[in-house]
Every structure is written in structure tokens, then in C-alpha cells.
Design a protein around this ligand. Structure first.
Ligand SMILES: Nc1ncnc2c1ncn2[C@@H]1O[C@H](COP(=O)(O)OP(=O)(O)O)[C@@H](O)[C@H]1O
Ligand SMILES: [Mg+2]
Length: 257
């Protein structure tokens, strides 16, 4: 399938690699291997936590866990998987149910980001970074991915809809000038992440970063994909973006659609 480059499936390994870089660390949501006590502590601190298979993809098996605050004293915790929400009166019963619904593999628990919404659906951002034919990292494209109604994942293979970032961020950034500046910021973060990954993995040549953005517009690195699919960028009106991605990927020996 792949003739060069390299694929690192473990989200935990990739997180640890990036945490070694002090300029990138502030963009990484707190992540731990999921255990009963780790999840409890994280929910106490962050209120909302995403739990996901350590080497998952397509948004499969991703669970959003919340500590419920407020006057309702019966429900204290809830989690959502797919579109199904379950509520619990205490942590132990929630955790037991979680164990039953998850597979028997390692999971990570990651601080949840309250993703921005567009037309009441969550969205996040995919930043594509590739080595150009001369071996220099270049951020070749950014695109938004809007989740299906009520879903907690934005993946294309989970019903997510690729949309131009300008459309999704317009209600949050208002002006074209701020939009352009924000895009530049995402691309420069993407290049820094790629260079950092490259220090540990010299053969890496293509990275797709899932960036989550909350109300304060701070970008958070949700996931770094080492075998990203350029396909969603083909949905943009400007076809030159996809064509370039495809060209770069092909040149580096990646087989792409
Ligand atoms: N910490 C988080 N905060 C908010 N949303 C998240 C978080 N982690 C994952 N998600 C949502 O779930 C999707 C899938 O999670 P991700 O870590 O990218 O795993 P996968 O390998 O399945 O794509 C993300 O694109 C995002 O929409
Ligand atoms: Mg992802």
C-alpha cells in the first residue's frame, strides 16, 4: 500500500512524541491512558473528556464522557457514543457501563474540547502538511469537517461533511482579514508539528492534523494522522489544492485515490 513514509497508529505514542517539544505542548489537550482513576481525576478537572481506542480511526469507538453539574441531583455522569446518551447517578455505575461498551483494548482519555458549532453541528479542522518535492514541509490545505446532527465525531467516514473553513468560521471570526490570519496560524502550527514529528520519524513525509477549536478560538491538537487521506480536499471548489496534494503524495511514493 504505502511505499514510503511511515504510519504510527498509536495516539498515545504520537502524543508523547509531541509533548517533548515545549512550543507544541500548550496545544495538546491533557491525555492519559484510560483507567478508572485517571478518568475520574480528569472529569473532576475538566468536566468533559473524550475516551478513544488507542489506535482507532474513522471516529469509531469514540466516547464523550461528562460530569453533570447543576441542581439535578440524580444524574451525575453521562456518556455519549454515536448518538446514544446514557446517564448515571454515580461514577462507579458509569464506569462499569463504559467498560461494557468499550472493546478489550487500551483507550486514551483526552481533555474534551467544546467544539465550535455551525448550524448547531460541531466541527473541527483538518490541516494537511506535506513535504514538497524539494523536501520542505508545506501546509498544503486546511478544511473544516462538520459532524452530523447530534454526533460527537466529525470524521468523513462517520458522516462528517467537508466544508470550507471560511464557511464554518465566518460566524466566529466575522472578517476576511481575521479568517486569513487564522488560516496562517493553523498552517504554521501544522508545520511546527510536522517538523517535531520528523525529528523522531525522519521518513515521515505527510501529516494530517485534526484541530479542535472552542469558543476562545484557541486551536487544540486532537490527533495527528500519519497516513492522512487527501480525498476530502477534493470537495473544495478550488481543485488546485487537491491536485497539489495528490501530486506531492504521488511523488513521495504514496498511493492515493
Ligand atoms: N478531545 C476532544 N475534544 C473534542 N472533540 C474530540 C476530541 N477527541 C476527538 N474528538 C472528535 O472525535 C473525532 C475523532 O477523534 P480522533 O482522535 O481524531 O480519532 P480517529 O482516529 O477516530 O479520527 C475528532 O475528529 C473530533 O471530532
Ligand atoms: Mg481523527
Amino acid at each position: 500500500m504505502r511505499k514510503s513514509g511511515m504510519h504510527i497508529p498509536s495516539k498515545w505514542v504520537k502524543t508523547k512524541v509531541l509533548l517533548k517539544h515545549s512550543q507544541i505542548k500548550p496545544y495538546i489537550p491533557k491525555t492519559r491512558i484510560m483507567t478508572k482513576s485517571a478518568l475520574y481525576a480528569m472529569l473532576k478537572q475538566y468536566r468533559m473528556v473524550y475516551v478513544k481506542p488507542i489506535a482507532g480511526s474513522f471516529g469509531l469507538g469514540v466516547i464523550r464522557v461528562e460530569r453533570v453539574s447543576g441542581r439535578d441531583s440524580t444524574a451525575k455522569y453521562r456518556y455519549q457514543k454515536g448518538t446514544k446518551v446514557r446517564t448515571f447517578r454515580d461514577y462507579d455505575s458509569m464506569y462499569n457501563s463504559l467498560l461494557k461498551t468499550k472493546s478489550r483494548i487500551l483507550y486514551i482519555a483526552q481533555r474534551g474540547i467544546e467544539l465550535l458549532k455551525y448550524q448547531n453541528r460541531r466541527f473541527d479542522i483538518r490541516v494537511m502538511v506535506q513535504k514538497d518535492p524539494r523536501g520542505q514541509w508545506e501546509a498544503t490545505g486546511v478544511i473544516g469537517r462538520q459532524a452530523q446532527a447530534k454526533k460527537i465525531v466529525t470524521n468523513f467516514h462517520n458522516g462528517g461533511k467537508p466544508l470550507p473553513l471560511s464557511v464554518l468560521l465566518k460566524p466566529h471570526l466575522h472578517s476576511d482579514g481575521r479568517m486569513a490570519a487564522y488560516t496562517r496560524k493553523l498552517k504554521s502550527l501544522g508545520i511546527r508539528i510536522s517538523k517535531a514529528m520528523n525529528k523522531t520519524y525522519p521518513k515521515m513525509n505527510m501529516i494530517g492534523i485534526d484541530v479542535g477549536v472552542g469558543k476562545d478560538l484557541k486551536p487544540w491538537i486532537i490527533e495527528v494522522n500519519t497516513n492522512p487521506d487527501p480525498y476530502i480536499f477534493n470537495k473544495l471548489k478550488d481543485k488546485s489544492i487537491y491536485r497539489k496534494m495528490y501530486r506531492y503524495a504521488r511523488r513521495l511514493g504514496r498511493r492515493v485515490r
